[in-house]
Design a binder for this molecule. Structure first.
Ligand code: ADP
Length: 340
């Protein structure tokens, strides 16, 4: 019986795989939603694909975190996912550390990847600069573990924001190298990009990120909270002979384009070059547009907050499904590497 179930799962698993994840370092924000989760939603609707979406808790512990509240944070991200519309009938939801084969594959892939290539990654350099007192081996291994997260399911498509593209490139490189050394095992995954692949920070520089205080608007924020956060976003006098291409104003205009459309943004650019922008008005309209998009997410999330047993069941299904595929891939990898 158990064997039949496994064969059935492996047969289903033949569909082209999709994998992606978010770190539970805080609740999801607009960047995660537009850059990644919107892609998850688009792909879960395609019948030719088999989507696995994860809370990558092992990545979240490579930067400072609170072990006492961590389980709660993981749950928040799962609830955010479900609120956004990830549908357990159409995709599998899993917690990375519950399928330890990810770690075993990461170690194996780490043995074929040069240290110097990881050191050159912009994401690694950024994280080093953000946490100079917390440089750990885990952080260094992050991109290799991410390659393992993707390759353990032989995933072919990875919906991610622009900040993650170097990691997808690395994953492709690892897959190529493995195949050339040990024989064809892995496909070379491609990224899947939405049109919000880079949502800028509210503080005027860099991307919106959970780990940068003041940079983000969470999916669970109320209209008042959104207004308060936007009020703190830096601006200028409102006019000039050139529309800024970076900094606080440029970032606000990008958010206007993402939530109110290109025309609205172009209108504001015209004002900047003419009579001037009234930022209080811009921020009021933007807050309303953002909240309009978030309100249905918050309503759906509320349902799952009140049905935590159902959420537990969804994660259990994901763990079981993913474990079977992961074990199968790992067996194949070990055979190819001469370990069994
Ligand atoms: P964070 O940096 O906020 O902790 P994660 O590293 O957990 O986010 O990333 C989760 C997903 O969200 C990834 O696919 C990442 O590319 C995407 N993402 C994160 N920040 C942004 C952003 N500002 N704009 C677009 N996509 C983003």
């Amino acid at each position: 019986m158990e064997n039949n179930k496994q064969s059935l799962i492996l047969a289903q698993a033949r569909n082209k795989k999709v994998f992606s994840g978010s770190r539970p370092t805080g609740r999801l924000h607009l960047g995660n939603y537009l850059g990644a989760v919107k892609g998850y939603l688009a792909l879960q609707d395609r019948p030719d694909l088999d989507c696995i979406y994860s809370v990558v808790d092992l990545h979240g512990i490579t930067t400072p975190y609170d072990s006492k509240t961590y389980q709660g944070q993981i749950r928040e991200v799962v609830l955010d996912y479900l609120g956004c519309g990830l549908d357990p009938q159409k995709c599998h939801l899993m917690i990375q550390s519950q399928v330890p084969e990810h770690i075993e594959l990461a170690y194996l892939l780490g043995t074929i990847y040069p240290v110097s290539r990881v050191e050159q990654l912009p994401t690694y350099k950024e994280k080093r600069a953000e946490n100079p007192d917390y440089l750990n081996v885990g952080l260094f291994y992050y991109p290799i573990l991410m390659a393992a997260d993707i390759l353990i399911y032989k995933s072919e498509l990875v919906p991610v924001g622009k900040d993650q593209l170097p990691h997808i490139e690395l994953t492709r490189e690892v897959a190529r190298k493995f195949n050339s050394m040990f024989g064809e095992v892995f496909p070379e995954p491609e990224s899947y990009e939405t049109n919000g692949t880079y949502v800028p920070s509210l503080i005027g520089s860099g991307k919106m990120s959970k780990s940068v205080e003041g940079s983000y608007i969470n999916l669970t924020d109320s209209l008042e909270e959104i207004k308060k956060k936007l009020a703190g976003a830096p601006t200028d006098s409102g006019k000039g002979d050139k529309v800024p291409e970076e900094g606080g104003v440029a970032n606000l205009l990008t958010l206007v384009e993402l939530f109110e459309g290109k025309e609205e943004k172009e209108g504001l650019e015209g004002k900047y070059l003419g009579d001037g922008i009234k930022y209080s008005e811009l921020k009021e309209n933007l807050a309303n547009a953002i909240y309009k998009e978030l309100q249905p997410i918050q309503e759906k999330r509320k349902y799952y907050e009140e049905h935590l047993e159902e959420v537990k069941g969804i994660l259990e299904e994901g763990r079981g499904y993913c474990s079977i595929i992961a074990k199968e891939t790992l067996r194949e990898v070990k055979r190819a590497m001469g370990l069994v």
